[in-house]
Design a protein around this ligand. Structure first.
Ligand code: NAI
Ligand code: MG
Length: 485
């Protein structure tokens, strides 16, 4: 069995506790590796290394061009090793291999994008009414603590590390305890591509024991988190003691809205893709499917017929369209929601464990319909392959239902009438709106939520802005004294 130590100050080593925790293949429920169980002592070492690299190690003083080249070399390494990384990601997370391959390609693209952006961070000249030059300069925020989830393991690491490194920050990253393997494989290449020791530290372990100490540590200047609302709130509270900058990407209950004039076939596929991609373990999952009355019944029937044919199977099999959920814990959480749903609404497809598999955390693609928007399955994030279909009568009602949620991450609108589609775009209180599509995500475009889905934006130029401070510089051009006193 392979043991994965954590990566601190350019070296792989066991945790201070000497303990290891198991990591699983959720399709077989078997342990596939052991990983160092990090604690506050390891966070201490990680933050000390990052602080030293930032304060005296010279990373922020490297030129932006040089940091960019390092990220491009890292992207190249990822592309060269894409098959291996995709297979490992697939085995550890349970996602279908074809999706894992997309994720690894997106990971490389993210490092390439920020490699290219590093030397395009511009300051400003401010037109002040003085004989002076007034500048606004961009500088790295310092040491970033980064805590990521298990649904897109290596890609989430890239979303956090790439903009931070391009900006000149140093990082202490904690992967999710369920899926720490691929980022540790990547860490093995950091020295070779030119990342100095201490600039990136990967502390592995659990949320309470390894995540919380990062958030509380006075040596960390900023925390970036993706995960549950509950932990996001805790992080914000804890970070307030040391006045850290905080960005949060939390969950959602995103509406996928279908008007009667939408292309019907595209709508059926779009509804299923929106909610079942990655087994529904997606923050932007279109888990509330709103359908206009004239096509409601037909749509529920067509979706259900197709959902029953979705191919579940071993994640490594190329024909597999849906794998198991990531963990026993997530399986049980989703299974509990299936029972809630059966009391709250009508069941059109799925509704239980996929029985054809003797083992593995497989859940059938599930569709509930006639769901009231006040039902728990319409309000709470399930994070599994479970759709709640809700009918509506007109545009105003669609808007009201869509926005009647604590969340505000994403939404999609399907209709041919472009004026009406644009009215919906404006009315929806979310950070991302797709029209006649759902889920495509690009490193060039901003990602993040309104309301309880968090704040701050990742990706694009917005993503690097979160790792930058703005310094005002005033250069007086008058040679005579100020002459006030
Ligand atoms: P979680 O929010 O507990 O875990 C996410 C990350 O935070 C992991 O790395 C975890 O170790 C860390 N963490 C946990 N407690 C922490 C603490 N007190 N301080 C610092 N770090 C901490 O999410 P979990 O338990 O894996 O999933 C629960 C639910 O959260 C899911 O069912 C889903 O609804 C939501 N979720 C949303 C995600 C998103 O992409 N927005 C990703 C993962 C989960
Ligand atoms: Mg948790």
């Amino acid at each position: 069995m392979k043991r994965y130590p954590m990566y601190v100050n350019g070296e792989f080593a066991a945790g201070e506790s000497g303990k290891w925790f198991p990591v699983y293949d959720p399709s077989t429920e078997e342990v596939i590796a052991e990983v160092a169980d990090g604690s506050a002592a390891d966070v201490e070492r990680g933050v000390a290394a990052a602080r030293a690299a930032f304060d005296s190690g010279g990373w922020p003083q490297t030129t932006a061009v040089e940091r960019g080249r390092i990220l491009l070399r890292l992207a190249e390494k990822i592309r060269q090793n894409a098959a291996h990384l995709a297979e490992l990601e697939c085995r550890n997370s349970g996602k279908p291999i074809v999706e894992a391959e997309f994720d690894i390609a997106d990971t490389a693209s993210c490092f390439e994008y920020y490699g290219g952006l590093a030397n395009k961070i511009m300051g400003h000249v401010n037109p002040v009414p003085e004989n002076a030059i007034s500048l606004a300069m961009k500088e790295p925020v310092g040491v970033a603590g980064q805590i990521i989830p298990w649904n897109y393991p290596l890609l989430m690491a890239a979303w956090k590390l790439a903009p931070a490194l391009a900006a000149g920050c140093c990082c202490v990253l904690k992967p999710a305890e369920q899926t720490p393997l691929t980022v540790l494989e990547m860490a093995a290449w950091l020295t070779e591509v030119g990342v100095p020791p201490g600039v990136v530290n990967i502390v592995t372990g659990f949320g309470e024991s390894a995540g919380a100490p990062i958030v509380a540590h006075p040596g960390v200047d900023k925390v970036a988190f993706t995960g549950s609302v509950e932990v996001g709130k805790q992080i914000m509270r804890s970070a307030s003691d040391t006045l850290k900058r905080v960005t949060l990407e939390l969950g959602g209950k995103s509406p996928n809205i279908f008007f009667a004039d939408a292309d019907f076939e595209a709508a059926v596929d779009g509804a299923l893709f929106g909610v079942f991609i990655n087994q529904g373990e997606v923050c932007s999952a279109g888990s509330r499917i709103l359908v206009e009355r004239p096509v409601y019944k037909k749509m529920v029937e067509a979706m259900s017929a197709k959902a029953k044919k979705i191919r579940l199977g071993p994640p490594l099999a190329r024909e597999t369209k849906m794998g198991p959920l990531v963990s026993k814990e997530q399986f049980e959480r989703v299974a509990a929601y299936l029972e809630v749903g059966k009391k709250e609404a009508k069941l059109a497809a799925g509704g239980g464990r996929a029985k054809e598999f003797g083992r593995g955390y497989y859940i059938e693609p599930t569709i509930f319909y006639d769901v009231d928007n006040s039902a728990r399955i319409a309000r709470e994030e399930i994070f599994g392959p479970v759709a709640a279909v809700i009918p509506f009568d007109n545009e105003a009602e669609a808007i009201r239902i869509a926005n009647d949620t604590p969340y505000g991450l994403a939404a999609a609108v399907w209709r041919r009438d472009i004026f009406k589609a644009f009215r919906m775009v404006k009315a929806l209180r979310v950070g991302i709106v797709w029209v006649n599509h759902m889920q495509p995500t690009f490193v060039e475009a901003p990602w993040g939520g309104y309301k309880h889905s968090g704040f701050g934006r990742e990706l694009g130029p917005w993503g690097i802005e979160e790792y930058l401070e703005t310094k005002q510089v005033h250069i007086n051009l008058n040679e005579q004294p100020i002459g006030w006193y």
